[in-house]
Write a protein that binds this ligand. Structure first.
Ligand code: CP3
Length: 345
């Protein structure tokens, strides 16, 4: 039988809601910090044995229902000739894409530069119990493009929006190059053993509706179509502040949407109906409070799921580095002990 998480993503009736946490392997965990004391972030991503080890930590500590391969969305930018560094305080693109001429240096991905990710997946598939899903991932095309242009994380991604307005042809070209690069990268992960994929479009919410409809939605569709008819289920995270784009995101053909914490979960279920499953969306700051409050807020969240539906319980964005590990454990436990009315035994 397929893992509980996988069955929930494809909408089969389930005995309880599965749970994992975005960025669940990271700086709030002692084992991760021990590894990072001796290894740079990029070396960690590129050393399959170590990447697999840190991926397993939240599974071993909390018994989460899915593991997500330890890597980063920007490894693909690097493989396409847009070099990335991770100095303290977030990612940096060494030479951002700022002109139509710059787009010409974005080449087809050099598979050898990202091979470590599928090798990590292969190790994990052997290590992970069969009851757990293994999630492979990449950025969605727009978020990859946004980092390439902006050069790092930004509040509003002004340079990215300006590029789209000033150079629509070059912008469309860059979006296409990224979409086409992500397809073989994701396929390699599924061939190595990932049974679900997640596309992170973290900054998808910053575009005006017209640009979003013209670029973001077709590019996600291009990736999903490119994966082919025998692809594994896909979860799409349309981004922080993308609540207004739910219906469009649901139209891309993905199995599930991941929601940020600002989105009203009950209303989201009413809007998307049976078209997709939903993932999320507890505010990650709630994990900085108390186990009692975490249990209460988790129950509140899950009580908004319509009867008979399986929900992919998660946070509304990445877990914060200040999170006490026992509070992450309280969240996982609260989901796993939540009884479903009328669920199959
Ligand atoms: O979820 C997991 O445990 C798997 C690992 C994972 C990482 N990055 C590890 C990481 C995943 C799925 C990602 C995706 C990712 N990377 C996204 C999309 C998800 C999201 O958060 O919206 C984005 C936007 C990035 C780009 C990126 N990488 C940023 C903005 C940062 C800085 C984050 C921070 O908290 O400082 C990174 C670095 C990064 N990626 C870290 C980790 C654990 C921290 C590195 C460290 O200092 O050890």
């Amino acid at each position: 039988m397929k893992p509980l998480f996988h069955r929930t993503v494809i909408g089969e009736p389930v005995e309880r809601h599965p749970v994992w946490m975005m960025r669940q392997a990271g700086r709030y965990l002692p084992g991760y910090m021990q590894v990072r004391a001796k290894t740079s972030f990029l070396d960690l991503c590129r050393t399959p044995e170590l990447a697999a080890q840190v991926t397993m930590e939240p599974i071993e500590l909390f018994d989460a229902d899915a593991a997500i391969v330890f890597a980063d969305i920007l490894l693909t930018a690097d493989a396409m000739g847009v070099e990335v560094a991770f100095p303290h305080g977030g990612p940096k693109i060494i030479e951002p894409i700022r002109t139509p001429q710059d787009v010409e240096r974005v080449h087809e991905p050099d598979a050898s530069r990202v091979r470590a990710v599928s090798e990590t997946v292969a190790i994990l598939r052997k290590t992970l119990p069969e009851t757990k899903s293994l999630i492979g991932f990449s950025a969605a095309p727009f978020t990859l493009v946004a980092y390439m242009i902006e050069g790092g994380t930004s509040r509003d991604f002004n340079l990215t929006r300006l590029f789209a307005h000033e150079h629509p042809a070059a912008f469309g070209d860059l979006m296409g190059r990224c979409a086409d690069a992500l397809v073989p990268y994701l396929k390699e992960q599924t061939e190595a053993g990932a049974d679900v994929l997640q596309l992170f479009d973290t900054w998808g919410g910053i575009l005006a509706p017209e640009l979003h409809a013209r670029y973001v939605i077709p590019s996600v569709q291009r990736v999903v179509d490119g994966l082919g008819a025998d692809r594994v289920p896909v979860i799409y995270f349309p981004g922080i502040g993308a609540e207004a784009r739910l219906e469009a995101a649901a139209s891309t053909g993905v199995e599930a949407l991941s929601l940020d914490w600002r989105t009203d979960l009950g209303a989201a279920y009413a809007r998307v109906g049976d078209r997709v499953r939903l993932q999320g969306n507890l505010d990650p700051t709630i994990l900085l409070t108390t186990p009692e409050n975490i249990r209460e807020q988790t129950r509140k969240m899950l009580s908004q799921v319509p009867a008979g539906r399986g929900h992919l319980a998660n946070l509304g964005h990445g877990i914060l580095k200040e999170t006490p590990p026992e509070n992450a454990g309280a969240f996982v436990e609260a989901v796993q002990s939540f009884a479903l009315a009328g669920a199959p035994a």
